[in-house]
Design a protein around this ligand. Structure first.
Ligand SMILES: NC(=O)c1ccc[n+]([C@@H]2O[C@H](COP(=O)([O-])OP(=O)(O)OC[C@H]3O[C@@H](n4cnc5c(N)ncnc54)[C@H](OP(=O)(O)O)[C@@H]3O)[C@@H](O)[C@H]2O)c1
Length: 248
């Protein structure tokens, strides 16, 4: 059996496990299976590799997308630039296990930046792994952006309290890269001044469960356009699948 899986903590119901299991079934990969590996601490990672010699690939989720990096032998260029890994390719060379980290969130997000998403200055809510992948893509696309954070400050990072009418009107693309509003906390929403939004705004939530978050609902109430993270999720999974099976 060739094994693939997901590391993170905690791991409840997993969209990835369902998606990969179905994908392997569809593509005739009956010798492939996808498992959940909840790791209480990232230091358990080397032992996981040793105890599962059939492991060929792993996805990485909250909270390890950045913490996994020191444990990997190699990083691909995008993962190194983003500073976060969500896909690991595992190879065996005689007795040695070789791991290479990739980031498919960035190209998965890039593929969704099509019309009618405005190419205008953007706010990225959050400063974690997903926010870094989004920032990498906006930089590549030459779209100016500012991070919004609860505590960090700097030339490119502002706080939620800084979000004035002027800043909201200057930044018509607002991307939620925080977990606020994600199942099961579906009544929560990022604390931005929604009353300053207009039909000129585009609210992109990276969250996919629920399909319509409070962030999106509050934007819609101000006539803003909205999008959830489902297409990005599918894109990054398709790209991970290709990395796992070395499909070029
Ligand atoms: N659709 C997709 O394919 C896709 C891919 C990746 C991630 N995502 C989603 O994107 C979201 C973020 O993922 P991530 O891996 O970057 O998560 P993360 O590292 O846990 O959090 C991202 C950032 O959100 C902010 N944050 C966290 N908890 C918060 C809270 N209670 N209130 C306000 N801000 C908070 C923090 O920024 P500050 O400390 O600077 O405030 C944190 O760095 C998740 O919902 C994830 O499911 C979706």
């Amino acid at each position: 059996m060739v094994l693939f899986g997901l590391i993170g903590f905690p791991l409840g119901h997993s969209w990835s496990a369902a998606w990969f299991t179905e994908k392997f079934r569809e593509e005739g990969g009956s010798n492939r299976s996808y498992h959940l590996f909840p790791l209480k601490d990232i230091s358990e990672f080397p032992q996981l590799l040793q105890s599962h010699p059939g492991l060929k690939g792993l996805n990485v989720t909250i909270p390890y997308k950045e913490k996994i990096i020191p444990y990997l032998d190699e990083l691909d260029e995008t993962a190194r630039s983003v500073g976060a890994v969500n896909t690991i390719q595992i190879n065996h060379n005689n007795e040695k296990i070789l791991t290479k980290g990739f980031n498919t969130d960035a190209p998965g997000f890039l593929q969704t930046i099509t019309d009618p998403i405005p190419r205008c200055p953007a706010l990225i809510l959050g400063t974690g792994g997903a926010a870094k992948a989004v920032a990498y893509v906006l930089e590549e696309k030459k779209i100016a952006f500012t991070f919004v954070s609860r505590r960090k400050q700097g030339s490119r990072i502002i706080s939620y309290q800084d979000l004035s009418s002027e800043i909201i009107s200057q930044n018509r693309l607002i991307i939620n890269a925080t977990p606020i509003g994600m199942y099961p906390d579906t009544d929560d929403f990022p604390p931005i001044p929604y009353h300053f939004l207009s039909s000129q705004h585009y609210l992109y939530d990276l969250i996919y469960n629920p399909p319509e978050t409070q962030f999106m609902k509050r934007g819609k109430a101000m006539k803003a356009m909205t999008m959830n993270g489902m297409q990005m999720l599918i894109n990054q999974a398709e790209l991970s699948y290709k990395i796992f099976l070395d499909i070029h």
